[in-house]
Design a protein around this ligand. Structure first.
Ligand code: 5AD
Ligand code: SF4
Length: 455
């Protein structure tokens, strides 16, 4: 079969990153190989994000450029198939078809397994719009995953039933669905057999997992994690993104019991004000969050936290914002993502009358990000002089250097020797002493260069 080139541009969250790899897997049997350059592609797919306004706007500006590329290719006698996938496609499918009629395929996140049929139609110059939530299980229809290194994502849960008032996810990704444990464990084993040592379990609400267990009953998230921890060769397990209300006793205990569970947890809090949390429908108070963190840290003293924050939610007062700053000062985060509230059509918060103006939102975001960045730098600096486990993933930027990941997901650059030595270390975990830190990465030296640490 002649080889064709596929370029996928991924916006937004890790779920989309995972989905893009699965689309690549589905299209490989049709002869598509991935490329990093849009202008040499026979097919371009934009895997889009709808979570904030800016993310959605970018899609339309990218589409403008692709329209020109498609026209240019057409003149030269070759074809370019254009697809828009992901959450913008799900939410605004009809509108994309209208605003950008040169797009051949518009399809939502639940339909990737039907890509071969869509491509056949598009090749016959038929336009495709598929934003259904089909009855069949997408995951059962997808081919076995191909590992692309020593770390991999594994989607275990999709959708969300929580309906935070600011969020489009319950509308674009639909109701909560948990994959059966058997199919998750099989996918994990297949990835480990290909050399994967670290898995990140993905879901919009990953710790709300409640899938069919191996014993016929329903399994909780911690039960699933405990089963995955038994896979030989799987050294590290992470998960994202979680909700504070689903941090149940056994999951908190698992953070103490399972050395495979990395001591780095993404736990979005959104705000430190009880009033705002209530208006967001988060269903916890700031003190509930503090207590969860306290219990986690008691079980796993080296635990570091990452979180998400929204500033400028409708009605947020100066005192509400100060409550968020106070929570951040007390808790301390190793990493955080913070956003200005973005009004999303169709969500309950978008029609609250007390919308804040841009200046207030910008000033609050700047203050919060200043504090969070300082905490991130302080956290990285606090590791200097300490010994950490590094999972080596690839050659570093400089000769003789290898790059790996710390338990806290920072990249760690280590001078290790010649190319053969670097190649041999990929996929291995070694003890490293941290000798330098910046805001985003660490440098270190190997402590015991000869031996891999027993995983
Ligand atoms: N405006 C701003 N930020 C949002 N997020 C979700 N919806 C919105 C919105 N409408 C943020 C939340 C969430 C993260 C993925 O994106 O902080 O945790
Ligand atoms: Fe959105 Fe809230 Fe569901 Fe997270 S828990 S996906 S923020 S509705």
């Amino acid at each position: 079969m002649p080889s064709k080139k596929l370029y996928i541009k991924t916006y937004g969250c890790q779920m989309n990153v995972y989905d893009s790899t699965r689309m690549t897997d589905v299209l490989a049997p049709l002869g598509y190989e991935t490329t990093e350059q849009a202008d040499e592609a026979d097919m371009v797919i934009l895997n889009t994000c709808h979570i904030r306004e800016k993310a959605a706007e970018k899609v339309y500006s990218d589409l403008g450029r692709l329209r020109a590329l498609k026209a240019e290719k057409g003149k030269a006698g070759s074809e370019l198939i254009l697809g828009v996938a992901g959450c913008v496609a799900q939410a605004e499918g009809e509108e994309i078809s209208k605003r950008a009629p040169f797009v051949d395929m518009v399809f939502g996140p639940q339909t990737y397994h039907r890509l071969p049929e869509m491509v056949a139609k598009a090749t016959g110059r038929q336009r495709v719009l598929d934003t259904e939530f089909p009855a069949e299980d997408k995951f059962d229809q997808l081919p076995a995953p191909t590992a692309q290194g020593v770390t991999a994502f594994l989607s275990i849960q999709e959708g969300c039933d929580k309906f935070c008032t600011f969020c489009v996810v319950p509308y674009t990704r639909g109701a909560e669905y948990s994959r059966p444990a058997a199919s998750i464990i099989a996918e994990a084993k297949a990835l480990v057999a290909q050399g994967v040592r670290e898995l990140t379990l993905l879901g919009q609400n990953v710790n709300a997992y409640h899938g069919d267990g191996l014993d016929g009953g329903s399994w909780t998230f911690s039960r699933l994690v405990r089963a995955l921890a038994e896979i030989d060769g799987l050294a590290r397990i992470r998960y994202t993104t979680s909700h504070p209300n689903d941090m149940d006793d056994d999951l908190i205990a698992a953070h103490g019991d399972l050395p495979q569970l990395m001591p780095f947890l993404h736990l979005p809090v959104q705000s430190g004000s009880d009033e705002v949390l209530k208006a967001m429908n988060r269903k916890y108070k700031a003190d509930d969050f503090r207590r969860i963190v306290e219990r986690l840290r008691k079980n796993r003293p080296d635990l570091a936290l990452s979180s998400d924050f929204i500033v400028g939610f409708p009605g947020e007062s100066d005192a509400d914002f100060e409550a968020t700053m106070q929570l951040v000062r007390e808790t301390t985060f190793a990493l955080a993502y913070s956003f200005k509230y973005s009004r999303r059509p169709g969500t309950p918060a978008s029609v609250i009358p007390k919308q804040l103006n841009e200046e207030v939102k910008s000033a609050r975001l700047e203050a919060l990000q200043g504090l969070l960045l300082q905490q991130q730098k302080d956290f990285n600096a606090s590791l200097v002089g300490r010994e950490i486990d590094v999972l080596f993933a690839e050659a570093g930027r400089h000769a003789g250097q290898a790059m790996g990941r710390s338990p806290y997901l920072q990249s760690v650059h280590v001078q290790v020797g010649d190319d053969a030595r670097i190649r041999a270390m990929i996929g291995q975990i070694h003890k490293v002493r941290v000798i330098g830190a910046s805001a985003n990465s660490l440098t270190g030296e190997l402590l015991n260069p000869q031996r891999e640490k027993a995983a």
